[in-house]
Design a protein around this ligand. Structure first.
Ligand SMILES: [Zn+2]
Length: 452
């Protein structure tokens, strides 16, 4: 299976569950272990992305895929990997019986994994441009049989960051891409935090204009952005450009799962969900599984009203490819999703059709979620911080779903882990790429995403 344009970049992604299984047999002094696996193919504008399916599962019928041969072995040095690579290269020209991708993973006894990968074109074998191992951001790709070159040294402005986390952590951020869904209360602070730390590419997605009630919490927003209608995504993009003009920043007026945004997610290192929409949360988790891109969802709300505040809640939820989905977690409400997907005209039509009768529940306005700037700021900052932990490999979130209440004793911090619901099919969806059904059909009134 070949990309439509052989000059396009080719990317290969492995989820954590599959990588752990592949590497478990690579023990010192053991022979190399060979696996065959199925990869789903996702075609983006200028890239092809292969995603590894669970090792016991293939693709649904008629879905586009390719066969991969994966060899894992334990190594104790670069020289050991070079020797293995030479032997592997000699074998590559042999008849592979329809293998489209070959992957060699050296599991180093100390340090990050070393990887070589190639795919078959009509002209023979070609190098793969990037390999993502979920949870292994330090993995080194040997393109064309040579280890990666050293990176540039970091600038003075990140001196405190590099003295804490190390120069290599900054260099990993510089090579990383983060996609942030939502540029309001939480997103408008997560985005500049990622930019200031040094993330090399940031993709910003939001379809809303700044409104007067956003001024209380959306960072970098001012009254002038009400006088001149301003998209939240454009505002956040301009904020990043002022922080560091060398960051590649792309802004979309749009929403997941619109195609142009999906293609960016499939090539990203991390995905942040920064909206309070049930549909958005569901699709962020879906993208994380399909394309093996780890995601963090964040939010915050005030409980109580009219001066009687009973709770000030911050929540972060991890949606890595192996984590239970929002349905397993009971975090999405189908009626609420129907409300979110409905156009104002459709809602009006439902109200009119009801006449003197009570309208169906979908026709009601979505209940407002109250929140305030310091809550969304803390939540968005924490999400950016844990994303930096993943991107650098320096730390992991010590929870699966964290909630804290700012006005409870010791903040009442709780982790709410949840097993995967046996009746839910989400774990079979790992690495599905474009195959299978999206969690909901894109409503006609959304149209296509517009790149700003
Ligand atoms: Zn599930």
């Amino acid at each position: 299976m070949h990309p439509r344009d052989e000059t396009a970049r080719t990317l290969l992604r492995l989820g954590k569950t599959e990588f752990d299984m592949l590497s478990a047999d690579a023990l010192p002094d053991s022979p190399a272990h060979d696996w065959t696996a199925t990869l789903a193919v996702t075609r983006a504008q200028d890239a092809s992305v292969w995603t590894l399916r669970p090792l016991h599962l293939g693709l649904p019928d008629a879905a586009e895929g390719t066969r991969a041969e994966i060899r894992t072995l334990a190594i104790d040095s670069e020289d050991a990997f070079r020797a293995a690579l030479d032997a592997w290269s000699d074998a590559a020209d042999a008849d592979d019986g329809g293998v489209g991708v070959r992957l060699l993973i050296g599991i180093a006894l100390q340090g990050p994994p070393e990887i070589a990968a190639r795919w078959r074109t009509s002209d023979g074998w070609r190098a793969i441009d990037r390999v993502f191992l979920e949870g292994q951001p330090g993995a080194r790709l040997w393109k064309d049989g040579t280890p990666p070159p050293p990176d540039d040294l970091p600038p003075e402005r990140v001196a405190r960051f590099t003295s804490s986390f190390g120069v290599e952590a900054y260099q990993r951020l510089r090579r990383s891409t983060a996609v942030v869904i939502g540029a309001g209360g939480t997103g408008s602070v997560a985005i500049p935090m990622l930019a200031r730390a040094g993330v090399g590419k940031i993709v910003i997605v939001d379809s809303d204009l700044i409104s007067p009630s956003n001024l209380e919490r959306t960072h970098a927003s001012f009254p002038e952005h009400i006088e001149t209608p301003t998209l939240k995504a454009a505002l956040a993009r301009d904020h990043v450009r002022r922080i560091d003009p060398d960051i590649e920043v792309i802004a979309f007026d749009g929403r997941l799962p619109q195609r142009a945004i999906v293609e960016e997610v499939a090539q990203a290192d991390v995905l942040l969900g920064c909206t309070d929409q049930h549909t958005s949360r569901l699709v962020v988790s879906d993208m994380a599984r399909r394309y093996l891109v780890p995601a963090i969802d964040c939010g915050g709300l005030i409980e109580g009203a009219n001066g009687l505040v009973t709770g000030q809640i911050i929540q972060l939820v991890l949606f890595r490819s192996h984590d239970p989905c929002p349905r397993c977690r009971g975090m999405v409400d189908d009626m609420r999703m129907r409300q979110e997907l409905m156009s104002p005209e459709e809602r009006q039509a439902l109200l009119e059709a009801a006449g003197d009768q009570a309208p169906p529940p979908e026709a009601h306005e979505i209940p407002q979620i109250d929140t305030v700037g310091y809550i969304t700021t803390v939540s968005g900052t924490l999400a950016a911080g844990y994303a930096i932990g993943w991107l650098t490999g320096r730390f992991e979130p010590p929870f699966e779903r964290m909630q804290m209440n700012l006005i409870a004793e010791c903040l009442d911090v709780t982790d709410r882990p949840q097993p995967v619901d046996e009746a839910c099919s989400c774990q079979d969806e790992r690495g599905l790429g474009d195959s299978g059904e999206l969690p909901f059909a894109i409503p006609a009134h959304w149209g296509a995403a517009r790149r700003l």
